[in-house]
Every structure is written in structure tokens, then in C-alpha cells.
Ligand binder design. Structure first.
Ligand SMILES: [Zn+2]
Ligand SMILES: [Zn+2]
Length: 111
């Protein structure tokens, strides 16, 4: 039985296959996405299905911080949106009031 190497597309025989991330690689084809260093089961780290070496894997804590940061940003955006909507509503009410006043004035003049 043989597989196709996910990296080079050539046949991998069972003796040299590295099954990782649900894919099959030649052992020599399993490399860091950034520096092309050959990785093994122990040295690789995966992110989004791509292998990285330790040096190039986006730092775990950093990544976590980014995630949190993203969530914070989203919250802020949501709050801003809500505020903007609120302000728009207020503005609309204000404009309507002004319009009404204006119309009343016009009517008074008309009569
Ligand atoms: Zn290969
Ligand atoms: Zn690397």
C-alpha cells in the first residue's frame, strides 16, 4: 500500500510515510512552512494544518494573546456600533423634532 505525499505529490511507501495532520508525507518532505527545515513527529507544531518548526510556529502565548485581543476588538467594535446606532437614533429624533417645529412654523405663517 502506498500514499501520495502531500508536499511533493509523489508516491510515499509505507516504510517512509509520515502520517500527520490527516495527511501523508515523505519523512523528508515534512518541513517547516517558513524555513523548510525537515521536521519530525516530535519537533513539529501544527497550525491550521500546516507544520512549523518551533522557531517559526506562532508563539502559543502570543497567539492566545492575539485571540484575546481580537475578541476585545470585536467587543469594542460592537459597542461602537451600538453607540453609533444610538447616536443616529438620537439625531433622527432631533431632526424630526426640528422638522415638526419647522412645519408648525410654516403652517402658522400660512394661516
Ligand atoms: Zn514528498
Ligand atoms: Zn522554521
Amino acid at each position: 500500500m502506498s500514499y501520495k505525499c502531500f508536499a511533493c505529490g509523489k508516491t510515499v511507501y509505507q516504510t517512509e510515510v509520515l502520517k500527520i495532520l490527516g495527511r501523508e508525507y515523505h519523512k523528508r518532505c515534512f518541513r517547516c512552512k517558513v524555513c523548510n527545515r525537515v521536521l519530525n513527529m516530535k519537533s513539529y507544531r501544527a497550525l491550521d494544518g500546516n507544520p512549523y518548526c518551533r522557531a517559526h510556529y506562532p508563539n502559543v502565548s502570543e497567539h492566545g494573546a492575539q485571540m484575546n485581543y481580537g475578541q476585545e476588538e470585536q467587543k469594542q467594535e460592537q459597542q461602537q456600533e451600538q453607540q453609533e446606532e444610538y447616536q443616529e437614533e438620537q439625531q433622527q429624533e432631533y431632526q424630526e423634532e426640528q422638522q415638526q417645529e419647522y412645519q408648525e412654523e410654516q403652517q402658522e405663517e400660512y394661516y
